[in-house]
Design a protein around this ligand. Structure first.
Ligand code: SF4
Length: 198
């Protein structure tokens, strides 16, 4: 099994995370806080990429920083992280969420940052985010992505972002994650991106 350290998350996020997870990561690093469903979505994803429970606790503690005391972190957050790993409560191990689940369940409110940006961001927010986060500035590219979003083909929009941002790895339009496979799971997006960088 691959071992991922808490310190490597920031670098991996910038190179390999799909927009849903990059958005949670950036929000967490900028505000030192995520609301419940954001924490859950991100914790399960990180577990899926190979972050151990101990490294997950290090990562979240550091990300929260001085925003909360050790005491509060230990009481309120450590348990939830361990719970997501199936180490507390009913000891059920929860799998990382698929796009389908992220898109259809636990709809985010205005203050939330979880969900799928292609489904849940307004276009006024999505387009500047694509520019700022992924450096996608070409009008045709942006029109293709927003066209897919308007047609409610959210996974097509995400797949197009993958193709554009991996063009330097030889990925062309229509290749998707390989052989035309479109994005249906954030962890699969990550795995393929990592594979292409190796
Ligand atoms: Fe994340 Fe899936 Fe949405 Fe892409 S389509 S941003 S992987 S939820």
């Amino acid at each position: 099994d691959r071992k991922i350290s808490a310190e490597s998350i920031d670098m991996l996020a910038k190179k390999h995370f799909p927009m849903c997870m990059r958005s949670l990561h950036d929000r967490l690093q900028n505000t030192h806080h995520l609301k419940h469903f954001g924490r859950l979505q991100y914790t399960l994803f990180l577990k899926g990429i190979g972050l151990s429970v101990d490294e997950a606790i290090v990562f979240w503690r550091k990300s929260y920083g001085a925003n909360i005391s050790d005491d509060k972190f230990n009481k309120e957050y450590r348990y939830n992280i361990r719970h997501s790993f199936g180490l507390e409560g009913g000891r059920k191990s929860y799998p990382p969420r698929s796009c389908q689940k992220i898109i259809t369940q636990d709809q985010p409110g205005p203050q939330d940052n979880h969900g799928c940006p292609f489904r849940h961001f307004s276009l006024d927010h999505l387009v500047p985010s694509l520019r700022a986060t992924y450096g996608i500035t070409d009008t045709n590219d942006l029109n293709e992505i927003t066209g897919a979003v308007k047609a409610q083909h959210f996974h097509v929009a995400c797949t197009r972002v993958f193709e554009i941002t991996h063009a330097n790895k030889g990925v062309r339009k229509g290749d998707g994650l390989g052989g035309g496979e479109s994005v249906n799971h954030p962890n699969r997006y990550f795995e393929r991106s990592l594979e292409l960088s190796g």
